[in-house]
Design a protein around this ligand. Structure first.
Ligand SMILES: C[S@@+](CC[C@H](N)C(=O)[O-])C[C@H]1O[C@@H](n2cnc3c(N)ncnc32)[C@H](O)[C@@H]1O
Length: 263
C-alpha cells in the first residue's frame, strides 16, 4: 500500500513505449493510470488530489513531488567506479571489506549509487540485493537500474546485476537465513541532514525517514556472514546507539561508516 497518494501518467506526447510503461507501473503499484491529455502536471495533481505523480517520459520514469522532481541517474557512482578502476580506494567499499564474489544486502537502496559501487566491486560472481521501502523511489530506481543506457559497459553491467526490491528492510531481513549475505548495509536518511540542500528535497519528500531500529540491527547481525555497515554523519550518535564498535571513513570526511564484524 502506498502511504503517499500517487498517480501515473505520461508526457504530453506519449508513444506506445511510454504508455505501456505508465500502465504497467500503475498496475504494479496499484495506483491509477491517468492519460495525460493536454493537462499540466499541476492541473493533474489538483484534479486527482495526488501529491506525487510518476511520469513515463522518453522510456524512463520520473517522480514529480511537490518539492521537485526525481529521476534515476548514476550520479556519484560513476566517479567512484572510475576512481576504483584507477586503483583508488572507496571509503564505503573499504568499510564493507568488499572483494569480488561477495554478496551485499543494501537495506536502503535509494537511488542506488552505493549499490552500483558494491556491484562493481563484487563483480559478475557477486550478488547485490537492494531494498527500498518507498514504492515510488523503488519504481524509479528499479526501472533505472534495469534500463539506463547512457553509461559505459562496466557501469551498465554493475547496474543490471542489482536485484532491486520494494520492501521494508525488516520484512526481508526476518525472512533470510543466518549468515546469508557477506555484508548487510544501512544508509538511512541522516538523523541530522548535513545541509539543507534543495536538490535533496524531492528525495526527502518521498523517502522513509525512520531510524534503523534495534530489531533491524539484530536481524542484520544474524543475516551478515562478515560485516554490518552503517553510514551516518561523522558526529552521529547512531553508531553508539546501535552498537558499532568500529568507525571507518576519512578523518576529515563529513560521513563515517560504523563497522560491526562477525569474522
Ligand atoms: C539516504 S537514502 C539511501 C541512498 C543510497 N545509499 C544511494 O546511494 O543512493 C535512504 C533510502 O533508504 C530508504 N529506506 C529508509 N528506511 C528503509 C527501510 N527500513 N527499508 C527499506 N528502505 C528504507 C529511504 O526511503 C531512502 O530512499
Amino acid at each position: 500500500m502506498l502511504s503517499l497518494t500517487a498517480i501515473v501518467t505520461t508526457s504530453r506526447d506519449p508513444n506506445s513505449v511510454n504508455t505501456h510503461l505508465a500502465e504497467q507501473t500503475a498496475q504494479n503499484l496499484g495506483v491509477p493510470y491517468i492519460p495525460r491529455g493536454t493537462l499540466s502536471l499541476s492541473e493533474l495533481r489538483e484534479r486527482h488530489d495526488a501529491p506525487c505523480i510518476l511520469v513515463a517520459k522518453s522510456g524512463t520514469l520520473m517522480l514529480e513531488t511537490p518539492d521537485g522532481e526525481l529521476f534515476f541517474h548514476p550520479n556519484m557512482s560513476h566517479l567512484r567506479v572510475k576512481n576504483l578502476r584507477k586503483g583508488q580506494h572507496d571509503n564505503m567499499a573499504q568499510a564493507m571489506g568488499l572483494a569480488p564474489g561477495m554478496s551485499v544486502l543494501d537495506c536502503t537502496l535509494g537511488f542506488g549509487a552505493d549499490a552500483i559501487v558494491a556491484s562493481f566491486v563484487t563483480g559478475a560472481e557477486g550478488r547485490v540485493v537492494g531494498l527500498e521501502k518507498s514504492p515510488l523511489i523503488a519504481a524509479v530506481t528499479a526501472h533505472g537500474l534495469a534500463t539506463f543506457d547512457r553509461e559505459n559497459e562496466v557501469m551498465t553491467a554493475a547496474m543490471r546485476r542489482i536485484e532491486a526490491l520494494n520492501t521494508a528492510a525488516i520484512d526481508y531481513l526476518r525472512a533470510q537465513p543466518d549468515d546469508s549475505f557477506d555484508v548487510v548495509y544501512f544508509d538511512p536518511m541522516f538523523r541530522h541532514p548535513l545541509m539543507q540542500s534543495e536538490n535533496m528535497n524531492p528525495l526527502r519528500y518521498a523517502a522513509d525517514h525512520d531510524p534503523v531500529s534495534e530489531e533491524m540491527m539484530a536481524e542484520a547481525r544474524r543475516v551478515a556472514r562478515r560485516r554490518v555497515v552503517l553510514k551516518e554523519t561523522s558526529k552521529s550518535t547512531e553508531f553508539a546507539r546501535l552498537g558499532f564498535p568500529e568507525i571507518a571513513g576519512g578523518r576529515y570526511s563529513s560521513v563515517h561508516y560504523g563497522v560491526w564484524r562477525k569474522i
